[in-house]
Ligand binder design. Sequence first.
Ligand SMILES: CC(=O)SCCNC(=O)CCNC(=O)[C@H](O)C(C)(C)COP(=O)(O)OP(=O)(O)OC[C@H]1O[C@@H](n2cnc3c(N)ncnc32)[C@H](O)[C@@H]1OP(=O)(O)O
Length: 409
Amino acid sequence: MKTEPRVVEPSEWDEWYGKVVLAFGGVAAAPEHTELIREITEFDRTLGVWDGAECVATAASFSFRMSVPGGALAPTAGVSMVSVAATHRRRGILSAMMRSQLDDVRERGEPLAVLLASEPAIYGRFGYGAASRQLRADIDTARVTLSVPEGTDAIRLRKAEPDEVLADIEAVYARQLPGRPGLIARLPEWDRLQILDTPADRSGASPLQCVLAERDGEVVGYALYRVKPSWEESGPNGTVALQDLQAVEPQGHAALMRYLFGIDLTSTVSMSSRPVDDPWQHLVSDPRRCALRSWDGLYIRPVEVGAALAARTYRAPVDVVLEVEDAFCPWNAGRWRLSGDADGASCERTTDRADLALSVRELGTVYLGGFPLRGLADAGRVRELSPGALAAASLAFGSDVAPWGPHNF
Ligand SMILES: CC(=O)SCCNC(=O)CCNC(=O)[C@H](O)C(C)(C)COP(=O)(O)OP(=O)(O)OC[C@H]1O[C@@H](n2cnc3c(N)ncnc32)[C@H](O)[C@@H]1OP(=O)(O)O
């Protein structure tokens, strides 16, 4: 069998997408969901592997722009829908697709690739590092109270149908982009994917609901959520399942959270993908009763190390030579001098002595500023070769705002 991945023709897409669905458990999405996925498909970035007439593996990427520390939007390949048929697994097909895809991303001049992994163990070997975490919480709103900041009462809340206020929602999301590393600028049609609402998406909960936060008539935040009712011997015990919440100011955020806490007949607000520094954590009376925990979030792969490191800014001045190891994309291997500060950076090849040694995967982990280089050094994954270099670089790479990837793909 020829395992060479090749680009998928539009006429092959149904077969191709059917294999994606099968690999993820075989539960077909609603027809409108499938149609939307087809519409957002970039066919020249959609790979398949065929065994005769049968598609046995899939991998797609999208032409995203991702917010990096400093606020620039860096061209980034968004990798998704990766699968290999159970009949063809563990014979190197994923590796062949990753090879082909990363070569293509490089040719396109995109310095970074990003993905959300179905399983954390898959992508490290291809140079992807876990770069953010996503906060999960189940807040006991019957017992936990919220103290909102002064001025919150000036926010007006308005219920709306998500599709009728999509432009307002998107305007708030777009305003967030430069301030939070990891956010992905929305491509055309992807806005509709975020509010897709078919019975299959609901798992027994209500249709998607939307509440807007307005100040003086201007939309400053929104929450998208469902309510899952539950009736028990002791009374109503429903759950508010938060899908997305964005606010451009503290009072908007607090007003939306207070609203969610107060929805009648519910006693839990549940969330599975929030930034680890989500501000409501500073407003609650009892964080223990919020059942806080976290998952891995974005996985970042510097595809062109020099361009990737020059695309972001640095929290403190840095001038460091990195010895980078990259077995899968050897064009990155070797020494790079990174010089930068809060205004910009350059990263060029050098023959100077190295200050720090690390693999490209570790560079991916620290790229968005969510994990310190210091922690990786303590784990033995970064080596300090010049005394003092680690502390300076660790400070410079950090971000005051935690990276977060709420954009589904
Ligand atoms: C961004 C996304 O789309 S995430 C979605 C990923 N897809 C899925 O989870 C769907 C279900 N799973 C699958 O389709 C497949 O099992 C895949 C795509 C994860 C792996 O495909 P395969 O063709 O079997 O992988 P391949 O044979 O190239 O394996 C390469 C190496 O990765 C390892 N590997 C592959 N999958 C996994 C895994 N799930 N966990 C740990 N290691 C893995 C293999 O053992 C192999 O290691 P080796 O080089 O040391 O021998």
